[in-house]
Design a protein around this ligand. Structure first.
Ligand SMILES: [Zn+2]
Length: 286
């Protein structure tokens, strides 16, 4: 069977996997992200070289930002910005192999749609909730690209005068619903730094419940807006906080039946992006 290496470049960590074409993970590595562009490129290159093998015929890389898929360039990024020349030309370890660069959330959804929670669904959306919030959608079997940058659901405005966002605006979904925002709210409330999002609701602690309630309302606003725009039928939640977000949303149902939608945690958890990167490199998504 064919093999590929998939690399998921997150704002916090770089995860690389060697994956077989059926989605099985054969080897993996991870490292904290150095957010400076040249350092991040060196990390990506080293992670590919470390997992490489004779059966590897393709390399896929997912990045947190806007991507021109046709020429493999990153157009802009929030936490990690590799915009400039085509990314494959800056990764010596890729030489001679097929290469696919894409938005990280698109690749997470491709992974889930080919072999995970969204398998068999022709129309589905995804939110990846971690350092920021990424988004992607597949409609009638095709990745929704719009004019090129569709899917940045993390930048839906959910509060007109909300917290500043990396995009330069205020009140974006990501500025209240991401793991970064949740961590800041927990610190501001004096909660223990090692407290997991999943445990907020299990504490006998009004401050923890208030933080969870506010995060959940932000998530519900973002999910409701996504359903209003695309009616995907199912939304898969990935990223490091995907399971906690799915649990929080299950306790706070949508208030209007107009925007009802099934919400599922990603089957591949925080590996979805790297698995999808590898599978997309072998067979590029439509
Ligand atoms: Zn924003």
């Amino acid at each position: 069977m064919r093999e590929a290496i998939g690399v998921d470049v997150g704002g916090t960590g770089i995860k690389a996997l060697r994956v077989r074409e059926d989605g099985a993970v054969l080897a993996e590595s991870s490292a904290p992200t150095d957010r400076r562009a040249e350092a991040a490129l060196a990390q990506i290159d080293a992670s590919i070289a470390a997992l490489d093998g004779p059966a590897v015929s393709a390399i896929g890389v997912g990045v947190p930002g806007r991507v021109d898929v046709r020429d493999g360039r990153m157009l802009s990024g929030g936490y990690v910005d590799l915009s400039g020349p085509p990314v494959r030309d800056r990764l010596p370890s890729v030489a001679g192999r097929a290469f696919h660069l894409d938005n990280d959330a698109v690749l997470a959804l491709v992974g889930e749609a080919r072999a995970g929670a969204a398998k068999g669904l022709a129309t589905v959306a995804m939110l990846t909730i971690g350092t920021g919030i990424g988004g992607a959608a597949i409609a009638d079997g095709r990745v929704l690209r719009g004019a090129g940058g569709a899917g940045h659901f993390g930048h839906f405005t959910v509060e007109l005068d909300g917290a500043p966002c990396v995009c330069g605006r205020r009140g974006c979904f990501e500025a209240s619903g991401s793991g970064t925002a949740l961590g800041a709210a927990m610190r501001a409330a004096g909660l223990p730094p090692d407290l997991r999002a999943e445990d907020l609701g299990r504490r006998d602690d009004a401050a923890a419940h208030a933080v969870l309630d506010r995060w959940t309302r932000g998530l519900r606003a973002g999910v409701g807006t996504l359903v209003a725009a695309l009616d995907p039928g199912t939304i898969v939640l990935g990223g490091s906080l995907g399971p906690a977000a799915a649990e929080a949303l299950a306790r706070a149902p949508e208030a209007s039946p107009w925007f009802a939608c099934s919400v599922l945690p990603a089957a591949f958890g925080s590996r979805a992006g790297a698995i999808g990167a590898a599978l997309a490199a072998l067979d590029p998504p439509r």
